[in-house]
Design a protein around this ligand. Structure first.
Ligand SMILES: Nc1nc2c(ncn2[C@@H]2O[C@H](COP(=O)(O)OP(=O)(O)OP(=O)(O)O)[C@@H](O)[C@H]2O)c(=O)[nH]1
Length: 554
């Protein structure tokens, strides 16, 4: 069935008579066709209806195919033929709107047959619309894409029509000769003859009536054989014009009257009446001339009206299309603007997020930096409070802390005991064992003393081999006992150097708040005095003041 379908398609415009039984057969067996083949058949039916001038039927079929055929090739071919039908039936606005849609669709159309039909009919419709440049452009595209055989004839012919609509042809134009050869080769005699008649028309236009007559004689038998009435009428009109041009008025009148007698529509009767008018006028037959002139004017006006209608229709469609394009452009500009704004918003949000992240990072690193700074400040501060050798309070800090503590104790009537410790004959240790050994002794004295102190007690190095201790909330008896334990601990220290045990002892002086009050200066003075006394009375002992007027010795 597929092969029959293709055969019917191929024969339809070349051997119409043979295509008809095939088409009838296909319609009878339509149920056996695939859905795509059924659309193909519908297209051939539409073509047939158009061929038989049943335009309502063909239009309905074309539009059905355009809307519902799944395969775009059928929709494109149907659109191309509907365009031609709309031009032929002079529905120019619809035709030119469809032409516009087809032109826009063209880049997407891929089926070769559909593209070719679109190009051909676009060229024809634009020639009718008075747009020769566009018509020539599409005709040249059709020529370039034409399938071999009849396709070359159709496209070459459409190029001739397009060029002719723009008055760009002469009788020896190569496009004209090329078209005549292509149609002769494709065995499309009606087209060949039509093109020969175009040459004849150009002979007449260019003042070569005898050449026109010779050509008409040459193709007369072919025209009779074809039986194609439009060609026959054209040949008759041209012969009448040629005869008039060479002055054979009688023969010209006869030929023109023969055209009128055919009662055809179109340009031929108009041309015939115009010729008759000129002949009658030339021969002084005023009344006949006027009669023919009136008939000529009526037909010419109709022709001019039609040209006018075509031009206006084309312009209207173009304006309409332009307006739609402008609206679409304006909408897409608005959309683009909206998109840009959205992108900008997104970018701004992203930038803000980045700034925030950057800010947080900066804050975090500042916090880390501050924390480190603070920590190192605290470390330095702590270090600045300590003695470098023994890691107990240095003199300055010790004195500050003692002063603060005494102040607090004074406010709550607490007691304290200030203890000054000085190592005995320390110079000798240095001199005998070296300064490093002396340092080691100092460190060990601190370790030994600390074991007898509580957390709340303050311990500092006052300088050289002298230490200070504030025993907080401490009675006189407790203070004496602690001082004594420290002295014993120092005495008991075993520090060896090169096998020799270093003898170490300390003298201790104490001052108590219950006797001296909470004044730091005074307490220091009293403790110092007690220490001095301890030294003077033989060293390695604990001495305390007794209410400033006596000393007790542990
Ligand atoms: N190794 C060491 N020696 C120090 C340090 N500070 C001070 N000295 C020494 O301690 C010694 C103190 O000597 P003196 O003031 O004469 O006292 P002393 O020899 O202990 O005699 P008395 O106190 O009278 O028993 C000096 O030789 C100082 O150089 C130190 O940090 N390390």
């Amino acid at each position: 069935m597929g092969a029959i379908l293709e055969q019917a398609d191929a024969l339809q415009d070349t051997d119409h008579a043979r295509s008809m039984p095939l088409l009838a057969l296909l319609n009878r067996e339509a149920a056996r066709l695939t859905p795509d083949q059924q659309w193909h058949l519908r297209y051939l039916d539409a073509w047939e209806a158009m061929y038989e001038s049943d335009y309502p039927k063909s239009e309905a079929l074309f539009r059905d195919i355009m809307r519902h055929a799944g395969n775009p090739a059928w929709a494109d071919r149907a659109s191309a033929l509907l365009l031609w039908q709309l031009v032929v039936t002079r529905r120019y606005p619809e035709a030119f709107e469809l032409a516009d849609r087809l032109a826009a669709r063209l880049p997407q159309a891929t089926d070769a047959k559909a593209r070719f039909a679109m190009l051909l009919n676009l060229s024809v419709s634009l020639a009718v619309a008075g747009q020769p440049d566009l018509a020539v452009r599409y005709a040249r595209m059709a020529l370039a894409e034409a399938p071999a055989g009849k396709g070359s004839c159709y496209s070459a012919d459409s190029l001739v029509v397009a060029l002719s609509s723009g008055h760009r042809l002469t009788f020896d134009s190569p496009e004209l000769q090329q078209a005549i050869h292509a149609c002769a080769a494709a065995k499309l005699p009606v087209f060949s003859t039509d093109l020969q008649l175009t040459v004849g028309d150009l002979y007449l236009y260019e003042g070569k009536p005898r050449k026109a007559l010779a050509l008409l004689d040459q193709i007369a038998s072919a025209i009779d054989a074809d039986g194609y009435i439009p060609n026959k009428l054209e040949a008759m009109v041209q012969r009448a014009r040629a005869l008039a041009a060479i002055g054979d008025d009688d023969a010209a009148r006869k030929a023109a009257l023969a055209v009128v007698a055919m009662q055809a529509t179109g340009d031929w009767p108009r041309d015939a009446y115009e010729l008759l008018y000129r002949i009658e006028k030339k021969q002084g037959h005023a009344s006949a001339a006027l009669d023919n002139y009136e008939k000529y004017v009526v037909l010419d006006n109709a022709y001019l009206d039609d040209v006018n209608v075509r031009t206006v229709a084309y312009e209207t469609v173009q304006q309409h299309v332009l307006l739609q394009k402008l609206q679409t452009e304006s909408l897409s500009r608005q959309n683009a603007l909206l998109r840009m704004r959205q992108q900008l918003d997104a970018k701004t949000a992203e930038t803000n997020r980045l700034y925030l992240a950057l800010l947080l990072m900066a804050l975090a690193s500042a916090a880390v930096w501050m924390f480190r700074l603070k920590r190192s400040q605290l470390r330095f501060k702590k270090l600045s409070h300590l003695d470098g050798l023994t890691a107990i309070f240095n003199r300055q800090h010790f004195m500050g802390e003692v002063g603060r503590t005494l102040h607090l104790l004074e406010r709550r009537a607490g007691t304290a005991c200030l203890v000054f410790i000085d190592l005995d004959h320390f110079k000798r240790i240095n001199d005998t064992y070296g300064h490093a050994m002396g340092d080691e002794v100092l460190r060990q004295v601190v370790v030994a003393s600390r074991q007898h102190l509580r957390q709340v007690d303050l311990f500092g190095r006052l300088g050289g081999e002298e230490f200070g201790i504030l025993l907080v909330e401490c009675s006189r008896g407790q203070g004496m006992a602690i001082a004594e334990r420290i002295r014993l601990a120092v005495e008991a220290m075993v520090v060896e150097c090169e096998g020799a045990v270093i003898a170490i002892s300390a003298s201790v002086g104490l001052a108590f708040t219950d006797a001296c009050g909470h004044d730091l200066q005074r307490l220091c003075r009293e403790a110092d005095a007690a220490l001095y006394r301890a030294k003077r009375s033989g060293r390695n002992r604990v001495v305390a003041d007794i209410e400033n007027n006596g000393l007790i010795e542990a």
